[in-house]
Design a binder for this molecule. Structure first.
Ligand code: WT7
Length: 646
């Protein structure tokens, strides 16, 4: 295709627009009365007691939304639909990696959530207690989240790909009383241990995690596990045997629903706090309008893992609060082969498909003959999340997966924002490949310079949120000051939230998110901080200093590249050491944080004030001409680095 034949914007198909949930009236309503608009969105939910005030921002930056209101999040996601006569509707088409599957209706989900809630109560857990969830994508993971929500227990899901070290620090930080896990999990057809990681994480004797009273284990793979009497219990011997009737209690709108740890610019992960009424309002609202959800006919599939915020908001709370029918897929997209996702779309008639650009680029690499071998005609809407989507991948997604007939919603948001903030509305917006287009109705965002002045269209600036929003984070667990410093100090005078992303408006005022401007990398849509990887590397006895950067990568968006200086007494300096260092990062953080490349170098480029010039290391890693080196102490260091690159 030549440039002239490639449209720069794609309006929605006429029949899609004609039946879309969102019409221009939505934006008009939000513009006319923003808080009244959010009150209307909140009333899409069931409140046991109505709220008195929409927003209390007097304690800024600590917001209170829907003040005085009381609700039960799980009731809204489950019981409400059963009471409305939709108990026989499938909530979850669960697809296991080895080929097993389960369909769970809303009635069945209600039964399972009630059993779990009754068992959790019998353990003496009460509202406000924390529960750690370290599970693969099995139905019990969602059931556990909902049972926690039902009881006002604050869940903390830890991605099952994280190491035992990462799990332990999260369990300790939140002082979790209960850990829910599985015996093992499937990874590309093979059962691998999971509870064993919990055992290592929780330790024993003097080293034991103090807060944990019980470990609840779902039998998934049947592999052998160790057992700690008195601490460990089987799901099938406890939850499954519990009473299936449970009356939900209403909690304050600001009751903490969950913690989710995410990487910041320093080594210690932040426990992002989300509460109930505002979070559910915005996840529910965005699910309905951004995904144009039609409960009678749609089958929604969000490809994210529950370990990330996308899994919380668009695999659990957004879809279920809307009474959706959705796919929950346990495995990887290439197990048993690359056809897996397309087989699932075909078999279940998936209408709405929401994945990360890195997966789209992987599909591109595998080749279009794979999706072309399937009937994907059920699809009517595609979504993208987690990182900027390059226009080439966007066009491929539209043409090959969407048969040029599905709007694409490129949704920008963050763990901290809780729900989608910037996105096209699929029945209205003429979308431009690579652009997230515009803040949603009810959301206010600006692109500004360092002094807080809006930058003209075409120029790059900082993306800020200049008005509070319902699903905003309410703080960092145990560290109020860090919350203020991280998000509210850059534009303190204006009282704006700084998202950490650079962005620009183009000549048509379409919003382009350009990526992080801080030391946070984005690898396959996962957020990893450079300093977290650096501290894992210097944790190895041979390493004196480390600098880590995210280099542009065709498939994963960014790839982790490390530069290390060895200690003078390091004996091994070869390939074995590099393997050891990679393993160290896997163990300390997760295999997803493993550097693609580790370079042993004699020195790191530093400014006179001692700051490592990451920008220059990025140029080296990407094989580019070096930028300005004039502030370096010793520009000759690059000759040495280039010479040593593995
Ligand atoms: C960071 C947040 C959103 C849930 C998954 C990631 C980047 C996210 C987009 C997008 C460009 C995006 C930003 C953001 N990001 N979505 N559509 N276009 N960049 O959540 O781990 O909290 O990461 O992901 O850099 O700040 P997260």
């Amino acid at each position: 295709m030549t440039d002239e034949t490639v449209p720069s914007a794609y309006p929605p198909p006429a029949d899609f627009a004609a039946h879309a949930n969102a019409t221009p009236a939505l934006q008009d309503a939000a513009d006319a009365d923003r808080l009244g608009f959010w009150a209307d969105q909140a009333r899409r939910l069931h409140w046991h007691k109505d709220f008195d005030e929409v927003l209390d921002w007097s304690g800024a930056p600590f917001a209170k939304w829907f003040v005085g209101g009381r609700l039960n999040v799980a009731y809204n996601c489950v019981d409400r639909h059963v009471e409305a006569g939709n108990g026989d509707r499938v909530a979850i088409h669960w697809v296991g990696e080895p080929g097993d599957s389960r369909d769970i209706t809303y009635s069945q989900l209600q039964t399972e959530v009630c059993c779990a809630a009754n068992y959790f109560s019998s353990l003496g857990l009460v509202a406000g207690d924390r529960v750690a969830i370290y599970m693969p994508m099995v139905p019990e993971a969602l059931i556990t989240m909902l049972a926690c929500a039902r009881l006002g227990l604050t869940h903390s899901v830890v991605f099952a790909g994280f190491s035992s070290t990462a799990l332990r620090s999260r369990v300790d930080d939140a002082e979790a009383k209960l850990v829910v896990t599985t015996d093992g999990q499937y990874r590309r057809g093979e059962p691998v241990p999971l509870k064993a990681n919990v055992d290592v994480a929780l330790g024993s004797g003097d080293e034991a995690a103090q807060s944990v009273q019980k470990v609840l284990v779902v039998q998934r793979t049947g592999i052998d596990i160790d057992w700690v009497d008195g601490r460990d219990v089987w799901w099938h011997e406890t939850v499954a045997e519990s009473a299936d009737f449970h009356v939900p209690e209403a909690f304050d709108s600001e009751h903490p629903l969950f913690l989710l740890y995410t990487s910041g610019t320093t080594g210690k992960p932040k426990g992002i706090i989300h509460t109930s009424g505002g979070y559910l309002t915005q996840t529910s609202y965005t699910f309905h309008y951004v995904f144009d959800h039609k409960p009678e006919t749609d089958v929604f599939w969000c490809g994210a893992d529950i370990g990330w915020v996308t899994g919380h908001s668009y695999l659990v709370y957004g879809p279920l609060s809307n009474g959706a029918t959705e796919i929950v897929y346990e495995g990887t997209p290439n197990s048993p082969n690359e056809h897996r996702h397309f087989e699932v779309i075909e078999k279940y008639g998936v209408t709405t498909y929401y994945i990360a650009p890195t997966l789209i680029r992987t599909f591109m690499k595998w080749g279009r003959e794979i999706p072309d071998a399937h009937d994907l005609s059920s699809l009517r809407l595609l979504g993208s999340v987690g990182e900027p989507i390059n226009p080439e991948a966007w066009r491929w997604y539209r043409e090959v997966i969407g048969r040029n007939n599905c709007p694409i919603v490129d949704t920008w948001w963050q763990t901290e924002t809780g729900a989608i903030m910037v996105s096209p509305l699929p029945g209205i917006t003429a979308t431009k490949p690579g652009s997230a287009m515009a803040p949603l109705p009810g959301i206010s965002a600006k692109i500004v310079d360092m002094a807080g002045n809006p930058v003209p269209d075409g120029e790059q600036g900082y993306l800020v949120l200049d008005e509070p929003w319902p699903s905003m984070l309410r703080g960092i667990w145990g560290d109020e000051q860090r919350y203020i410093d991280t998000y509210w100090s850059k534009f303190a005078k204006e009282g704006w939230y700084f998202a950490g992303d650079g962005a620009r408006y183009d000549e048509d005022h379409a919003l382009w998110v350009l990526g992080r401007i801080d030391d946070v990398m984005n690898v396959s849509g996962h957020r990893i901080s450079t300093s977290e990887v650096e501290s894992a590397l210097v944790g190895h006895h041979a390493v004196a200093e480390a600098a880590v950067i995210g280099a542009t990568d065709e498939t994963t968006g960014q790839a982790i590249v490390a530069f290390v200086i060895l200690r003078s007494d390091a004996t091994d300096t070869g390939a074995q050491l590099i393997d050891e260092l990679k393993a160290q990062v896997s163990i300390d953080i997760s295999p997803i944080a493993k550097p693609r490349e580790i370079n042993v170098v004699p020195e790191l480029p530093k400014t006179r004030s001692g700051k490592i010039m990451r920008r220059l290391l990025r140029d080296v890693a990407e094989g580019k001409e070096l930028g300005d080196t004039s502030t370096l102490v010793d520009p000759a260091v690059f000759e040495a680095i280039r010479a040593n690159r593995s």
